[in-house]
Design a protein around this ligand. Structure first.
Ligand code: FE
Length: 199
């Protein structure tokens, strides 16, 4: 049985921060330390939000702030699965829970072409950030060839409802998309029966 308390604690703390803070760099800082803490212990993600789909990576909504000030998503990567090159249009943080993830970052040149800036391999406990101000375009793939990898993504909006862009790797041409979510239900944060000290 997964212990839901770390997820509930994360949502409570993040809700407190978005109540009092709207500066992007401060939210990235607070979000980073909370997300680092959340992915440091792989005990809380219910199995139904951790199962891969053989066809496509899954984007499971774990929580969306009712005022859409942040959302939290489990990305589940089967072997060989990869995103298109895409942007986010809001700040975001990627924390690795299981396996590993390869993150290729891009920028747009003055003649509107895509240029890869760097590539990083993220392992469990590591957190990477994106935003329109610090660099918002990347491509993400499962870093483990024969296993499922899972990352937990925190965004500064209801990410599944935003109109964003994917990029053609050759021409840099953009296409709009709205990702939606893969799951139909979210975890029950209010069942305290798996807490160590129940009320
Ligand atoms: Fe992304």
């Amino acid at each position: 049985m997964s212990k839901i308390k770390p997820l509930r604690d994360f949502v409570i703390e993040m809700t407190r921060w978005v109540e009092i803070e709207n500066d992007e760099s401060n939210l990235l800082g607070h979000g980073q330390s909370l997300l680092k803490n959340l992915v440091s212990d792989d005990c809380w993600l219910p199995d139904i939000y951790a199962n891969p789909d053989p066809k496509n990576y899954r984007q499971n909504l774990l929580w969306c702030d009712p005022l859409e000030r942040f959302s939290l998503v489990s990305f589940v990567w089967g072997p060989g699965q990869v995103t298109p090159i895409h942007d986010h249009t809001v700040w975001g943080l990627v924390g690795i829970l299981r396996g590993s993830e390869v993150n290729q970052n891009y920028s747009i040149t003055s003649d509107q072409k895509l240029e890869q800036i760097d590539e990083e391999t993220l392992n469990p406990g590591m957190v990477a950030s994106v935003s329109p101000t610090i660099g918002d375009i990347h491509k993400v793939s499962n870093g483990v060839p024969d296993q499922t990898s899972i990352s937990i993504h925190l965004y500064g909006a209801n990410i599944g409802a935003l109109c964003r862009h994917s990029f053609d790797p050759e021409t840099g041409a953009t296409e709009e998309f709205i990702s939606g979510y893969s799951n139909l239900t979210t975890p029950n944060l209010f069942d305290c029966s798996s807490d160590e000290h129940t009320r």
